[in-house]
Design a protein around this ligand. Structure first.
Ligand code: FES
Ligand code: FES
Length: 164
């Protein structure tokens, strides 16, 4: 009889910002970044270096900060990705508010990655020291040198947080 196997392309299911996606991938090594930008259509996550060195492409994978340029899409099967677009429903995450108050971005290119790194970090460590903030953010590069404003905004976000 006829071969019924059809396409051999593997299907990968995963969530992005709490919506489920199912994609056919002919190359499971394709970086997650391209899937987010080209397939899911969310362009807030940026391509900087492509080799895991700058942090511009940072997203959350099951709550942890990862570099989507260096993560094969096969690695996210069954898992949950969050991008900058999903960080809050209305742009009012404490970090986003602090970023606005502190007028942090210059060109803006690195900022989604900065925010995603900071957000994952504060989840893990809700009351960090200055040194811990510096260390946590040290892998996210900014060609515009907004580092001092980023640092101050993270501290502002800590104090802005509603007390519990
Ligand atoms: Fe991913 Fe630079 S683009 S780390
Ligand atoms: Fe321009 Fe960071 S604001 S690279």
């Amino acid at each position: 009889g006829h071969c019924q196997s059809g396409s051999d392309m593997p299907q990968i299911k995963f969530d992005v910002n709490r919506r489920q996606y199912e994609i056919d991938v002919d190359d499971p090594t394709m970086p997650l970044l391209w899937v987010i930008r080209d397939f899911v259509g969310l362009t807030g996550t940026k391509y900087g270096c492509g080799i895991g060195q700058c942090g511009a492409c940072t997203v959350h994978l099951d709550g942890a900060a990862v570099r989507s340029c260096s993560l094969p899409v096969s690695a996210v099967a069954g898992r949950s990705v969050m991008t900058i677009e999903g960080l809050s429903p209305d742009g009012r995450h404490p970090l986003q508010l602090a970023w606005q108050e502190g007028d942090v971005p210059q060109c803006g290119y690195c900022q989604a990655g900065q925010l995603m790194t900071a957000a994952a970090f504060l989840q893990q460590n809700p009351s960090p020291s200055d040194q811990e903030i510096t260390t946590a953010m040290s892998g996210n590069l900014c060609r515009c040198g907004t580092y001092p404003r980023i640092h101050r905004a993270i501290k502002r976000a800590l104090t802005n947080k509603p007390s519990t």
